[in-house]
Design a protein around this ligand. Structure first.
Ligand code: 5GP
Ligand code: ZN
Length: 119
């Protein structure tokens, strides 16, 4: 069923606690944890606890939870004190855009200068 945990999904296993992660925030609907391969001094992933393959499909099915992900991304930036210097919320969608984990997630990147346009 849509949104149900997937047995072969890395991020569902982080939600369930089967795979450890450095969790920095949690809400009823989301978990935020440090990326294992950080690309900036702050690099945190915010994920919904429910499984959808990407951000747009999450937003179509569960708009409130998509909003929760964005709110928590902003809260992470404030917790990490990168909100004043600027940060980026990234939603890679599709392998051509660099998506490697097909459970919706927002990257929160900050703490260094960020190029625009991104690569
Ligand atoms: P994507 O490339 O799909 O947009 O982002 C997936 C992110 O998940 C990558 O930045 C990658 O470093 C991170 N990642 C992959 N495996 C793990 C893991 O086991 N633990 C954590 N914390 N991050 C992971
Ligand atoms: Zn999943």
């Amino acid at each position: 069923m849509a949104g149900e945990p997937q047995t072969d999904c890395l991020f569902c296993k982080i939600v369930s606690g089967d795979i450890p992660a450095t969790i920095v925030r949690e809400s009823d609907t989301t978990v935020a944890f440090r990326d294992i391969n950080p690309q900036a001094p702050t690099h945190v992933l915010v994920i919904p606890k429910v499984h959808y393959p990407d951000a747009a499909s999450l937003a179509a099915a569960e708009p409130q939870i998509a909003a929760d992900v964005l709110r928590e991304a902003g809260a992470v930036a404030a917790d990490e004190k990168v909100d004043s210097t600027g940060y980026r919320i990234i939603l890679n969608t599709g392998s051509g855009a660099g998506q490697t984990v097909f459970h919706a997630h927002a990257h929160v990147l900050g703490g260094r200068g960020l190029q625009w346009p991104p690569g």
